[in-house]
Structures are given as C-alpha cells and as structure tokens.
Design a protein around this ligand. Structure first.
Ligand SMILES: C[S@@+](CC[C@H](N)C(=O)[O-])C[C@H]1O[C@@H](n2cnc3c(N)ncnc32)[C@H](O)[C@@H]1O
Length: 271
C-alpha cells in the first residue's frame, strides 16, 4: 500500500465532521506569537493537520494532541510528496469528512502554492477557506528593524523568487534595477551569485547594501550584512541555510546590530 493511501486510510478512521472542508492557513515566519488569532482558533479545531518543513516547531507545539499530523515535508531539493499528491491528499481527507488544516509557512498565497491547492479543492467542490499569514518578507524584515519602505529610501518593494520551476531564476532583471525600490528574494540562496551578477550587469551598484535573514523571528535567527558585490563571498564564507531571505536596497543599510534581540517579547500583562 502506498504511503499516501495509508495516511488517507488512517484519517478515515477518525471521527468525521459532517461534510469535510479544508482551511489553508498561514503560519507566519516562525515566531508562534506572530500567528493570527484566527489561525490559532482554526488549528485548535483541526481533525487533520497537513504541514511542511517551513512550519516552525514553536507553531507545531500549538497543534492539539488529538489531531492527526501529516508531514508532507517540502524543501527546495526534497519533496516528500509531489504537489499533485498533496492536492489529492487534501481532497481525499476532506471527502472523508475531516476538518483539514493545511498549514503553510508565511502566507499561503505568497510563493506557497496555496493557489494551486485551492484550485484543486474547488475543482472537486470542496469548501476551502483561506487564513492569511504574515509573509516572511514583512515579518522577518520588520522584526529585524528593517523597514521595507521608507520615505527617504524606498517607495516600492518587490517580492521576487530566486528559484524558478527549472532552477536558475529567469527574471526581468532590468525591471528589478530601479532607484527607490527594495528587493526581497525568497529562496535566493542557491542562486545568490547569479542574482548579484545579473543585478550589477543591469546597472545596480556593487555598493548597494543587503542583508540575509536566516530563520527570521526564530530563536536561531541570524542576520548577515554585505554589499551586493560581496554577496558571493559572504555566501561562501557564512553558508547561510534555508529558510533565508535576501533583502537588497538602501533600506538594508538601516540595519543596526545589537538593537534588535531575536525575539522581541513584551512582558506578560496582568489581566
Ligand atoms: C516556498 S517559500 C514560502 C514563502 C511563504 N509562503 C511566505 O509567505 O513567507 C520559502 C521561502 O520563504 C522564505 N522564508 C520563509 N520563512 C522564513 C524565515 N523564517 N526566515 C527567512 N526566510 C524565510 C525563504 O526564502 C524560504 O526559502
């Protein structure tokens, strides 16, 4: 029996709700306190929770014990289940009458294939609800003290993928090079050298500041700074690991070490 069939059979043995449904829920960048109240409520009511590597241990700790957890374990190089198998799994779990929560890092619709999962569910007539999450760019940059826009430095911000369907990014580099614009590359580590080379070839100054935010908002957060020209050497020396973001532009120059602890936690309030 295939692993996917075993998972479905296992879920079918649980107490079904009348009419299954799927909630596509954004888990934010990692700090569990950055979950929305709605996400927390939906997670607490799940029969089955389908998650992947981007969901942090702190968020997973909030999943109720009785919920069945299915790890579909996607990383850049290792997909435990293919996207079409994940789509089928969600459909079959819902058809079995479960309240399914598909928990995704960040926001489900920002480089998260949430749109593909929603379309697969809609094709099968399965109710699909979306709970937005804080996407890594805004969550990690703000928590690190980097404003993605700033009246003096950046009037626009672009979220860009550094990894296309076939690997190396094939982007409109000319359009990405513009004064007063912040670039945030998701999945940009593997082709960081290409990104730096192409941006400079199309006119971006080698002295442009950048930061890499590794595991943003999580206890292991690391922030690395360099200029665009220095990026290949920085990657070779520090070897940052996914998940990491690349923030390029004048606002990256506003980052100051020491000002921002990895976890900004307010003291508990007496109620
Ligand atoms: C497949 S994309 C998913 C993005 C997600 N849906 C979101 O809205 O943040 C995965 C990429 O998001 C970025 N990412 C997600 N969480 C991150 C974190 N805590 N710190 C740094 N980068 C993160 C990394 O670039 C990672 O390779």
């Amino acid at each position: 029996m295939k692993a996917i069939d075993m998972l479905i059979e296992c879920a079918q043995q649980r107490q079904p709700v009348v009419g299954g449904e799927v909630w596509l829920v954004g888990a934010g960048p990692g700090d569990a306190e950055l979950l929305t109240i709605k996400a927390l409520r939906v997670i607490s009511q799940a029969d089955v929770l389908v998650f992947d590597r981007l969901v942090s241990p702190a968020v997973m700790a909030l999943v109720p014990q009785q919920a069945l957890r299915i790890d579909v374990g996607k990383s850049t190089r290792c997909h435990t289940l293919s996207q079409s198998e994940i789509n089928s799994l969600l459909v079959e779990l819902a058809q079995a009458g479960n309240r399914v929560v598909r928990l995704k890092g960040g926001d489900p619709f920002i480089f998260g294939r949430g749109g593909e999962e929603m379309a697969a569910l809609q094709r099968c007539g399965i109710p699909c609800h979306i709970v937005p999450g804080i996407t890594a760019a805004s969550g990690c940059a703000a928590a690190t003290g980097i404003p993605l826009t700033h009246r003096d430095h950046a009037q626009s911000v672009r979220f860009v993928t550094g990894h296309c369907r076939d690997g190396e990014p094939d982007l409109d580099w000319r359009a990405l090079v513009s004064d007063g614009q912040t670039l945030v590359f998701y999945m940009g580590l593997a082709f960081g050298g290409t990104i730096a080379k192409q941006l400079m070839r199309h006119g971006m100054g080698g002295e442009t500041p950048l930061v890499i935010i590794e595991r943003g908002t999580q206890p292991q957060q690391r922030v690395l700074t360099a200029t665009l020209a220095e990026l290949p050497a920085l990657l070779a020396r520090e070897r940052p690991q996914p998940p990491s973001l690349l923030v390029i532009g004048a606002v990256a120059g506003l980052y100051r070490t020491g000002h921002w602890p990895a976890q900004n936690v307010m003291p508990a309030m007496a109620v």
